[in-house]
Design a protein around this ligand. Structure first.
Ligand code: AP5
Ligand code: MG
Length: 213
C-alpha cells in the first residue's frame, strides 16, 4: 500500500505509523526523522535543517522534495509500499509528490488524516519522551513506558519547547488545509478521530487499511 499519514504536530502520526508498519509492513518515511538523523550526524543538510527546525519553521521545499524523491526511488518501495509521515506539508510539496510518483509509476492509495483538537497538542508535545536506545515514542502521562522507568534513558525533542511548539502549530495550521483539499478532490482522504486512546485510534485506522488492502 502507498499511503500518507497527515495531522498537526502531536496528532500521533509517528505513534500510529509505528503500529501501521508493524501490521502492514510498509516502509515508514518520516521527513522529520530524516532531518533529525542528518542533524545528529551534522551533515550539511542537517545543519541547514536545524536552522529552520529549531525555530519551528519548515525546511525549504527544494531540500525536502529532494530527499523524499531519493527515498521513494529505492527498491524496497515498489515491493512493500510506503507510509509518508510529515510530507507533504505545503501545497508545492503535494504537487512535487504527484510528479515524483508519476515519474516512478507509483500510485497513491490513501491518506490517513488524524484530526485532533489543537488545544490538546501542547500537552501532548510537552509530555513526549523518546527512548534513547530504540527511538520509541512515549508520553509521561498518556503513554508511559512500562514499569518503573529511568528518566535518563529518555530525551525530549529540542523543538518540543512551548515557544517552538506554538510556531510549529501556526505554520502547520496555515499550510495544511489546501493539502487535504487536494487529496479530498481525488477521493483519497480517510478522516480519523484522533482524540481517543492510542489503541482506539489505531483500530479505526486498521479498519480503513484492511479495506484498502
Ligand atoms: P516532524 O518530526 O514531522 O514533527 P511534527 O509534524 O511537528 O509532528 P510530531 O512528530 O511532533 O508529532 P506526531 O504527529 O508524530 O506525534 P507523536 O506520534 O510523536 O517535523 C519536525 C520538523 O521538521 C518540522 O517542524 C519542520 O521544521 C521539519 N520538517 C519535517 N517535515 C517537513 C516537510 N515536509 N517540509 C518542511 N519541513 C519539514 O505523538 C506526540 C505525543 O503524543 C507523544 O508523546 C505520544 O505518546 C502522544 N500521543 C500520541 N497519540 C496519542 C493519543 N491518541 N492520546 C494521547 N497521547 C497521544
Ligand atoms: Mg512524528
Amino acid at each position: 500500500m502507498n499511503l500518507l499519514i497527515m495531522g498537526l504536530p502531536g496528532a500521533g502520526k509517528g505513534t500510529q505509523a509505528a503500529k501501521i508498519v508493524d501490521k502492514f509492513h510498509v516502509a515508514h518515511i518520516s521527513t522529520g526523522d530524516m532531518f533529525r538523523a542528518a542533524m545528529a550526524n551534522q551533515t550539511e543538510m542537517g545543519v541547514l535543517a536545524k536552522s529552520y527546525i529549531d525555530k519551528g519553521e519548515l525546511v525549504p521545499d527544494e531540500v525536502t522534495n529532494g530527499i523524499v524523491k531519493e527515498r521513494l526511488a529505492q527498491d524496497d518501495i515498489k515491493a512493500h509500499g510506503f507510509l509518508l509521515d510529515g510530507y507533504p506539508r505545503t501545497i508545492e510539496q503535494a504537487h512535487a509528490l504527484d510528479e515524483t510518483l508519476a515519474s516512478l509509476g507509483i500510485e497513491l492509495e490513501g491518506v490517513i488524516n488524524i484530526q485532533v483538537d489543537p488545544a490538546s497538542l501542547l500537552e501532548r508535545l510537552s509530555g513526549r519522551i523518546i527512548h534513547k536506545e530504540t527511538g520509541e515514542t512515549f508520553h509521561k502521562v498518556f503513554n508511559p513506558p512500562a514499569g518503573d522507568y529511568n528518566e535518563e534513558d529518555y530525551y525530549q525533542r529540542e523543538d518540543d519547547k512551548p515557544e517552538t511548539v506554538k510556531r510549529r502549530l501556526d505554520v502547520n495550521i496555515a499550510q495544511g488545509e489546501p493539502i487535504i483539499e487536494h487529496y479530498r478532490a481525488k477521493g483519497l482522504v480517510h478522516d480519523i478521530e484522533g482524540n481517543q486512546e492510542i489503541d482506539t485510534v489505531f483500530a479505526d485506522i486498521e479498519k480503513v487499511l484492511t479495506k484498502l488492502q
